[in-house]
Structure formats: structure tokens, C-alpha cells
Ligand binder design. Sequence first.
Ligand code: PGA
Length: 249
Amino acid sequence: MRRKLVIGNWKMNGRRSDNPALLSSIVHGTERARAECVVCVPAPYLAQCEAVLAGTSVGWGAQDVSTHELGAYTGELAACMLVEFGCSHVIIGHSERRANHCESNEAVGMKAVAALKAGITPVLCVGERLEERRAGRTAAVVSAQLEAVLRLIDPSDVAKLVLAYEPVWAIGSGQTATPEMAQEVHAHLRAHLAQKHAEGAATVRILYGGSMKPGNAKELMAMPDIDGGLIGGAALIAADFLAIIHAAN
Ligand code: PGA
């Protein structure tokens, strides 16, 4: 049985003065939760996460990592730096980074390798754009995104991944995939993982992301291959985020 996992993706939100209150509410609200909870915050706030969340059951992480170890790469974040701030997870290949920063499938694969090498769990985001869904290309698109990572990692590392299926048309749009639509893609992703490592594939958590809210979280996470959520907008409001975590229980 896979333990449910709910990850908050703060994106470029948060304020130094407000973050401790939100983080503390999450800690208190999840004390009895069965689901695992992680927040992925902007890098300048990782130290605040460490201060508030260390020793609690809430994990924290970043939203991107460099493919490089260290060096002359202005603006980038090295995996070893994320480790220094206690990160357990890092989001890679989010569609906003693929679109706005031209991240290729190959670059995302290298980011997964960098995270794994540092002992951080990569949260690999995959998802199709609306025109790709309309053209019947959803399975092919997400498989190509996944395969670019699988090609570079050891079969034994499959179990160390977290996947997030995030249809691009559902992100921040208020439009959600139906549970059945999402389940179909999640099952496809798990079958693809199984070609690389069958036992690993059975344990990998595959999260759904894209306008997940308290009102739709329960029915999405009731599907057999939906193991939690990657939450954007609703992760910024303690009551909403906690309601989603409790829906996962
Ligand atoms: P959303 O974002 O919940 O605001 O749609 C999800 C994400 O982009 O990870």
C-alpha cells in the first residue's frame, strides 16, 4: 500500500514575514495526518523551512535544481546546496519551467540524475498541453517526458522517484482532469515505469496536479493509481492545504 503524499508547490509566492505562520499551521494541522506532507518553497525561504519544520513530520524542498554540480552557472541552485538546507524533495520539469525556461526532456533527465546523486527525491512533473490532448497525444507526450529520465537512471533508482501528472491545461486554470481521465494517465505512467523496474513501479507515488482543491481532492485521490497531489494555489491557504491532506487520509 502506497502512503499518500501531498506536496505544496508555492511557486514564486510567500513572504518572509508571513511564512512562519503558514508553516506552523501546516505542522499543527498535520500532526495526526496519515498522509505524508512536503512543501516546496522558493530557495530564499529554505532556511525558514529548516527552522520551523525540522523535527516535525512535514518535509521541505525546492522547485528546481541545476544539472551541474557547482561552478560558473549564474542563478542556478546546486543539489548539494539543497542538501545543506535539509531538502528532502525537489520538483523537476514543472511545465512552467519547461515553457518559460525552455527546459528540454533531456535537461530534466539530467536534473533527476543530479538530485538522485545528492540523495534528494526528484518530483518529476509530466503533462500534456491542451492541443496535445486534443490530438490524442497525451500518452506519447508523458511517456517521452518520463523516458528521458528513465534512460539516464539505474533501474534500481525507479523506486526513488515521485511522479506528478500535471496536465498543462489544468494548472492554475480552475479546470481539473476528471478522476477517470487522470487515472488513465497515471496507470499508463506506472506501466511505463514497470518496463524499467517492476517492483519499483509498484511503490512509486504518482501525484495529480492541476487545480486540485478541497472540493475535488477526495475523488481524485480515491483512484487506484493517484497517490496524492501536487498543489499550487491551494497550498498557499492553510485551511485549503490541510483539507486536501485530510482528504488524502
Ligand atoms: P495549481 O498548480 O494547483 O495552482 O493548478 C499546480 C502546479 O502547478 O503544481
